[in-house]
Structure formats: structure tokens, C-alpha cells
Design a protein around this ligand. Structure first.
Ligand SMILES: Nc1ncnc2c1ncn2[C@@H]1O[C@H](COP(=O)(O)OP(=O)(O)OP(=O)(O)O)[C@@H](O)[C@H]1O
Length: 333
């Protein structure tokens, strides 16, 4: 049994838009799985189907072994869901927020206090538990949100963009908490993100999703290795013979892929050291001057680029009211 398993899962909204297009994924028990894609890729729609908030149009989905379409209650009893937008009541204290959620989740009274104490410890909010959440920083609020998702000690925890809009230092901290939760409870975690680094640092496996379709699924390491171990990026002085140069470079034995952006050429290779002199040689025989050249290691950004043909911009995901309204419409869809 998988923690999450979907088979050709699809969602077509009333507008006719196919937001999720035959998505098939398998999340092993105890794994951290990342759903990586830009805004509008279909990540939230998928997560809402898996958490039983939205009905799929076709296909199958099982969470903790239960069918989301016919066993929604059992699914809900076995999951925690931390939404993109905070559900915290700012005028309640951290502890009161968790108490309220625990009651709403029907957590028995006799275990409630102990469970909340434990969770406050994990998210390191014990010291501030009696202060109103309005006084909390962005990172503390997110921790409290994550704490809410842990109240019923779920088998599968869903985190929708857990670090969206947080500064880089706070983001690192949240990653530590996610790892801690995963290690301590051996919890299966399904997270959506459009931060490459987040997927790279946290996930055992990731699926890249774009326009509702899965482009590729593998471990971050395997995805990066598939591009070759190294990338040579260089700029030439004129684009006149660019195509000729690119076609010669593509023939070289160590070259996996080549992409161009104006006069900048990016070459994915298994050996940068071997390739660089060959690039100079080819350029010189075509009387092309190389202005600058550098050697780097591939990142998941490069993987995304090679599978979708475009870069993933970090600033795309900022919170705005329009998005919130869209989400409310979706809940009603
Ligand atoms: N209720 C709705 N009705 C019609 N289209 C919708 C609805 N909700 C979402 N969409 C569209 O479905 C597509 C997928 O949206 P979704 O929110 O699932 O993507 P996402 O990858 O989670 O992006 P984000 O990070 O912005 O939430 C988008 O084109 C979006 O505009």
C-alpha cells in the first residue's frame, strides 16, 4: 500500500480548463514527495482532490489506502492538511488555536492536552504558547499552522507551499521542522512547492508538473544527473554563426543537451574539463570569439528548464487577493 497513489487523475473545471491532466503518482510510506511546478500548474487542485475538498472529474486516488471518492471520511481521519494561507485566529493564543483545532478534529479530551504540549515542543512554540498569535512572526505563524496539521498524528501530511512568501532564513528553519516531523514520526509528507531548493533539500522524489501534466518523476539527484554532471555556459560575440556552432557542439561525445538564449549558450555535459577546450576549438574554427565562459553543476532549475522549455520564476507565487478569490471559487466548484 502506498501513502498516496493516483491513477490518471484529472480535473476539468466548469470553465472547461483541464487543471489536472491524467496525473499518476505513487508516494511510498515514509517518503517526502514534492510536487514541483509554477503557479497555475495544477498543484493546489491536486492537493485539494487528495484531501477530499474537491471531486476529481476522472481517474482514481487513494490516500493511506482509502479511496478519496468513496471513503472521504477515512481519508480525512488519516491526513493532516496545511493550507497555503494561514488558518490561524490572530486573537487567540498559540495554544488556544491548537485547542480549537483539536476540538474541531474531535481529538478526545483526555489526550488533547498532552498532544498539544508535545506539538508545541516540536514546533518550538512552548515559550510563546500563551501569547496572542497576532504577536507572532511569519515563521512562527507557519509553525503554528504546521502544528495544526499534526494534531491527529496523521499518516500523511499535506503541505501546500509551506514556505511561500517567507524570507530565506525562515524558510531554512521551516525545512528543519519538516525534516524533524518526518524523522520523528516517520510520517509520509506530500508537499507542493515552486522553490527548487526546497524540493532538492527535502524530497526523496519529485514530480515536475506543468499545465496539469506530469513531465517527469524521479529523485532530485537522478534528475540532475540525467542532465550530465556539469554545465558549461558561455557567451559569444556574435550570433551570426550561432546555429552552426551549436550543431557542432551537439555532435561532441560528452554533450547531453544544448540550449541558447540570445548569444548565451548553455551546454549540459558529462565532462566540463574535456568540453571547454573543444568549445574554444570549434568557436575559433568558425571565427567566433568567446566573451566569457563558466562551469557549474546542474540544479533543479536546470531540470525544470530542460523539461518544460522555460524557467521557473520565484516571484510568481506571491500571495494576492485574486489568488485567494480563485481558491474560494475552486472550493465551490
Ligand atoms: N475554480 C476554478 N475554476 C476555474 N479554473 C480554476 C479554478 N481553480 C483553479 N483554476 C485554474 O486551474 C489551473 C491550476 O490551478 P492550481 O491552483 O491548481 O495551480 P497551482 O499549481 O496550485 O498554482 P498556485 O500555486 O497558484 O496555487 C490554473 O490555470 C487556475 O487558474
Amino acid at each position: 500500500m502506498y501513502a498516496v497513489e493516483t491513477d490518471k487523475l484529472s480535473k476539468v473545471y466548469h470553465s472547461g480548463l483541464k487543471a489536472v491532466d491524467e496525473v499518476s503518482i505513487k508516494l511510498e510510506n515514509g517518503e517526502i514527495f514534492g510536487f514541483l511546478g509554477p503557479n497555475g500548474a495544477g498543484k493546489s487542485t491536486t492537493i485539494m482532490i487528495l484531501t477530499t475538498l474537491l471531486k476529481p472529474t476522472s481517474g482514481k486516488a487513494f490516500v493511506a489506502g482509502f479511496d478519496v471518492a468513496t471513503q472521504a471520511k477515512s481519508v480525512r481521519q488519516n491526513i493532516g492538511y496545511v493550507q497555503q494561507d494561514s488558518t490561524i485566529d490572530e486573537y487567540l493564543t498559540g495554544r488556544e488555536n491548537l485547542e480549537l483545532q483539536a476540538r474541531l478534529n474531535h481529538i478526545p479530551k483526555d489526550i488533547r492536552t498532552k498532544r498539544i504540549d508535545e506539538i508545541l515542543g516540536i514546533i518550538e512554540l512552548s515559550d510563546r504558547q500563551n501569547e496572542a498569535a497576532v504577536t507572532y512572526s511569519g515563521g512562527m505563524r507557519k509553525r503554528l499552522d504546521i502544528g495544526g496539521g499534526l494534531l491527529n498524528m496523521p499518516k500523511v501530511l499535506f503541505l501546500d507551499e509551506p514556505t511561500l512568501g517567507l524570507d530565506i532564513q525562515t524558510r531554512y528553519k521551516i525545512w528543519e521542522y519538516i525534516k524533524k516531523i518526518h524523522d520523528e514520526f516517520e510520517m509520509s509528507i506530500f508537499l507542493t512547492t515552486h522553490y527548487m531548493e526546497e524540493a532538492d533539500k527535502l524530497c526523496n522524489n519529485i514530480s515536475i508538473i506543468d499545465n496539469g501534466k506530469i513531465k517527469i518523476t524521479d529523485s532530485p539527484k537522478a534528475l540532475k544527473n540525467a542532465l550530465g554532471n556539469e554545465i558549461v555556459i558561455f557567451e559569444i560575440n556574435s550570433e551570426i554563426k550561432l546555429e552552426q556552432l551549436v550543431s557542432e557542439i551537439k555532435k561532441l561525445a560528452t554533450v547531453k543537451d544544448v540550449s541558447t538564449n540570445g548569444s548565451i549558450i548553455t551546454v549540459f555535459t558529462t565532462s566540463g574539463d574535456q568540453l571547454i577546450p573543444q568549445i574554444f576549438q570549434q568557436a575559433s574554427s568558425l571565427e567566433i570569439k568567446i566573451e566569457s565562459i563558466s562551469l557549474t553543476k546542474p540544479t533543479l532549475d536546470d531540470v525544470f528548464l530542460s523539461h518544460t522549455g522555460r524557467a521557473l520564476r520565484e516571484d510568481e507565487g506571491k500571495y494576492d487577493k485574486k489568488k485567494m478569490r480563485e481558491r474560494m471559487r475552486r472550493i465551490r466548484a
